[in-house]
Each structure stands twice: as structure tokens, then as C-alpha cells.
Design a protein. Structure first.
Length: 223
């Protein structure tokens, strides 16, 4: 199977370089140079998007927000910004990984492969039923007593990680690393806020608590 990767960067030399490298490694590659092109090309449902942040007119953050509900594939930001606040903004917009320029092509290849492997594993899992909760992993859908509950991509991925490993405790740094694909310590505030929103949505649907806080350690799925 040849995966389709959409490369988005307004620098023609960068897109040429990435197109050549990824094509050489067996990927089907399309390129876009601005936000309008991305929105149009994203409708073809690529398997992964490499998205530059610093683009004229509409930057990568806004592009990601515009297409996130349109595509479910991983979106990897490419950027020269390396501050934690920049990363948090990118993840909040719906990004899945954050690769700082200049970057190693071998590291980029490894991260792409890791995200595509994870997507394939998810597609191979159909669904799980926990009492009144039904999780369809391939469709990225959660229902409570038959009613669909809308979760953002990162919220669903946290549910996915915990529910596929019921009873296992994950600390915040491990959740951050597994979901966002970055090395180092996770951001406690980001994880806590996502868990809070997940719990609120389940509670509003009349569902008993399914994510338990293990004080001083992290979180686990208790269904």
C-alpha cells in the first residue's frame, strides 16, 4: 500500500526536497503552498499531512483548525517556532506532532512511520463495549446508550489509549508522549484540561465515571 502524504509549505525548495525524499521512500506525495490549496486538497483524504506554520495570509495554525473536522489523518507541524506555548497552540488546533526546523530527514521519516503505524493499528480494531459506552475505534466514535458523543480528536485519542488498556495507570507525561508523539515530559495542564472535558462530556450524557484519577500518578480506565 502506498500512503498519500500532503506536504504544505510556501517555500518551493522545501516542498521540492520533501517531495523527492518522500517519493524515494515509497510515498504518494502531493504539495500545496497556501491555505486555500490545502482545504481543497484535504478533501481527497490524505493519510498524513506535513503542515508548515509560517505561511503568508493564512498560517498553518488556522489551516489546521479549518481542516481538522474534515480529515482524521495525523497532522504534523513543521516550523521554526520552538517555544512550549507555540507547541501547545499547535496541539490545541488539532495537530498531532511538532517538528522543529531544521530537522533530520531520518527523524522525520521515523515520525511519519510511527504515526502511520498507529493509524493502521486503530483501523484494525473495530469496537469495544463497556456497559452503556460503545467505542468504535475505526470510526473514532463514542456512543453512550446509543447516542453519539462528540469528542475532539485528542480527546478521543486519550479515551482510546486508556480504554484499550483498562486498569492500567498512565501518568501525564506518558499520555502526552503517546498521544502527541513528542519526547520529554508532557504538559500537565494540557492533559488535565483534556481529561476534564472528557469527563464533563460523559457526565452530560448521563454516564458514570470511566476515567479515574490515581493521585500522584496519573489516570486509568475503570470500566
Amino acid at each position: 500500500m502506498s500512503y498519500h502524504i500532503l506536504v504544505v509549505d510556501d517555500e518551493i525548495e522545501v516542498t521540492k526536497m520533501l517531495h523527492g525524499f518522500l517519493t524515494k521512500n515509497g510515498y504518494d506525495v502531493s504539495c500545496a503552498a497556501d491555505g486555500a490549496q490545502v482545504i481543497q486538497m484535504a478533501q481527497k483524504q490524505p493519510d498524513l499531512i506535513l503542515l508548515d506554520i509560517n505561511m503568508p495570509q493564512v498560517d498553518g495554525i488556522e489551516v489546521c483548525k479549518a481542516i481538522r473536522d474534515m480529515v482524521t489523518c495525523p497532522i504534523l507541524f513543521l516550523t521554526a517556532r520552538d517555544q512550549d506555548t507555540d507547541k501547545i497552540e499547535g496541539f490545541a488546533a488539532g495537530g498531532d506532532d511538532y517538528i522543529v526546523k531544521p530537522f533530520s530527514l531520518t527523524e522525520l521519516k521515523a515520525r511519519i512511520e510511527a504515526h502511520l503505524r498507529r493509524e493502521q493499528r486503530v483501523k484494525n480494531i473495530q469496537r469495544k463495549v463497556f456497559s452503556e459506552i460503545t467505542i468504535n475505534y475505526s470510526a473514532q466514535e463514542v456512543r453512550v446508550n446509543g447516542e453519539k458523543i462528540h469528542f475532539l480528536r485528542k480527546e478521543f485519542e486519550i479515551i482510546e489509549l486508556l480504554s484499550l488498556n483498562p486498569g492500567q495507570t498512565f501518568d501525564r507525561a506518558r499520555i502526552y508522549d503517546r498521544i502527541w508523539g513528542l519526547d520529554g515530559n508532557g504538559d500537565d495542564t494540557v492533559i488535565m484540561e483534556h481529561i476534564r472535558k472528557i469527563r464533563l462530556k460523559f457526565a452530560n450524557a448521563g454516564c458514570e465515571p470511566c476515567i479515574e484519577t490515581v493521585w500522584g500518578i496519573g489516570y486509568k480506565w475503570i470500566r
